[in-house]
Design a protein. Structure first.
Length: 524
């Protein structure tokens, strides 16, 4: 077997695939772990003593009157249980995470070290401003960088996620329209290639959402969008680069048309990672755009938080942005502009997004990332992200259907479909096969404009060797799907659990443990 250009060599399948099952259920270091209730007994604790006189309780009326219902385990048993469960997680520190649109990339340890410095980790949001000038300086400097990188006029730092940032931008647009006496504009146009949170955010803010179709190249049908503009349209929410991994080349034309019709342009900046240092959205006529710090500036991602989604605003929308924000005074002092300090200078703000100032830990990490790269380094980040995605696209287009491969280079992610798989095989089978190969599956069935979509985003932090290993694995799985390999229909085979009924699990999740019902023995 030949070794590829990067030096990575595929290994042979694991020997002993037909071996007899083990007594424990373990497969070497792949440990079988039951539920914690199945390990311990709710009738005992980890430190029970047998017999003997028990001293009287000193809890008084605080003594428990009913069983607590928790399993009694020793400390060692408890630690082992959760450590074994943690071994079944997949993480960016274990391998390439190919989730398209999610941008799961390496979190530099330098940034983690900076975020844990006492001056940052120990601050409290209610401290007097004079005692947290360093922390406010971090927020202010990061804000300046975000404004410069996007070519915008102002920034709201407090939103705590991408969707939260979308809401911030839409509320600013709503406030601006009401200020103009055009609160009757209730329609938000959302292209099919936009992120799914875009229409949800617009609807949540009280707008009616209308779809704009994609053209054959996977980009916005500009003519259809222009034809729909009118006095009832408040804004367009457009993702650029879009979820097909393509740059919207007509965005400036779209922005000019929307502005001429009296509307605003919201750009979903989740994919800013692909253009940072190369393109300034403000130059394309964007009025508001959120930036996911985890996707572009490598702060931690996943687990439900902590997140951060600052929103940059054009000169037209900046007066309507939320409080608080930082301002550097003439004497160098950083002032936190809040309701009590805003005075009459910011009468058009729509209010607050959060109780305090945003996610300090993410601000610190993002600024450390920016300063360690510099402006030229950030430009290379975008270029490497695009290079890696195109390497994946061109390496697999001969074995996987790539619906937009003819539309030119992709940006940060490559999209494939299950077209060409054997009858009865689909994207889900390829995804389950990847689990056996040791990879988390790519994003499946999204975006909806591609049937059986498989969206892959390698990010700029993966080496060519890592990409070659993933490409080899996905190529193998795709060839099996095209050949109709029946074993692929029952994959994964090497995971702690086989293929589950995920639809049933999502619709009817079992979230609590109940003791098994004791079956009465039949009388003889």
């Amino acid at each position: 077997m030949s070794i590829n250009a990067s030096g990575w060599k595929p290994t042979s399948p694991v020997a002993g695939g037909n071996a007899a099952p083990t007594f424990t259920g373990n497969k070497a270091l792949m440990l079988e772990e039951p539920l914690i209730f199945e390990i311990g007994s709710t009738e005992t604790t980890g430190v029970d003593f047998a017999g003997g006189d028990v001293a009287g309780s000193r809890l008084g009326d605080l003594t428990r009157t009913a069983p607590i219902g928790l399993p009694g385990l020793s400390e060692q048993e408890t630690v082992r249980h959760y450590t074994r469960l943690s071994r079944q997680n997949y993480a960016i520190d274990l391998g390439l995470f190919p989730l398209g649109s999610c941008t799961m990339k390496h979190n530099p340890r330098l940034n983690e070290k900076v975020a844990r410095m006492p001056g940052f980790a120990d601050v409290h949001p209610l401290q007097p401003v004079d005692t947290v000038q360093g922390a406010l300086g971090v927020i202010n400097e990061l804000a300046v960088w975000l404004i410069k990188l996007t070519g915008m006029h102002g920034v709201a730092m407090s939103p705590k996620a991408g969707a939260h940032g979308e809401l911030c931008g839409i509320l600013a647009i709503k406030a601006a329209l009401e200020k103009r006496g055009e609160g009757h504009r209730k329609v938000v146009l959302v292209p099919e290639s936009a992120h799914g949170t875009n229409p949800a955010t617009a609807a949540f803010a009280g707008f009616t959402v209308e779809d704009i179709p994609a053209n054959a190249d996977g980009r916005v049908d500009t003519a259809a969008l222009e034809a729909r503009l009118g006095p009832d349209v408040a804004a367009v929410m457009i993702t650029n680069p879009n979820t097909c991994g393509l740059f919207e080349r007509d965005l400036k034309r779209i922005s000019d048309a929307v502005h001429a019709a009296g509307g605003y342009v919201y750009c979903d900046g989740a994919n800013f990672n692909a253009i940072v240092g190369r393109v300034r959205p403000g130059d394309l006529g964007v009025d508001a755009m959120h930036i996911n710090l985890h996707k572009t500036f490598s702060t931690p991602h996943g687990g439900g938080g902590p997140g951060s989604g600052p929103v940059v605003l054009s000169e037209a929308l900046a007066p309507f942005g939320p409080l608080p924000f930082t301002a550097r005074m003439a004497d160098g002092h950083i002032q936190l502009i809040e309701e009590e300090t805003a005075g009459d200078d910011h009468p058009d703000t729509f209010g607050r997004m959060v109780a305090f100032h945003g996610q300090m830990g993410m601000f610190t990490r993002a600024l450390a990332y920016i300063l360690s790269h510099g402006a030229d380094g950030l430009k290379q980040v975008a270029e490497d992200a695009v290079l890696n995605a195109n390497y994946v696209l061109r390496s697999l287009e001969d074995v996987l259907d790539a619906p937009f491969a003819g539309a030119g280079p992709c940006m940060h992610e490559a999209i494939f479909s299950d077209k060409g798989f054997a009858a009865g095989f689909s994207t889900i089978d390829a995804a389950k096969g990847l689990i056996d190969e040791g990879f988390h599956p790519m994003t499946m069935y999204f975006p909806l404009v591609v049937h059986g979509a498989m969206l892959v985003e390698p990010t700029e932090t993966e080496s060519r060797a890592a990409l070659d290993q993933f490409i080899g694995a996905l190529r193998s799985v795709a060839e099996r799907a095209k050949a109709g390999d029946p074993s692929l229909k029952t994959a994964p085979h090497f995971a702690p659990r086989a293929r589950l009924d995920e639809t049933l699990a999502a619709r009817k999740p079992i979230l609590t443990w109940k003791p098994p019902v004791q079956q009465a023995e039949a009388a003889e």
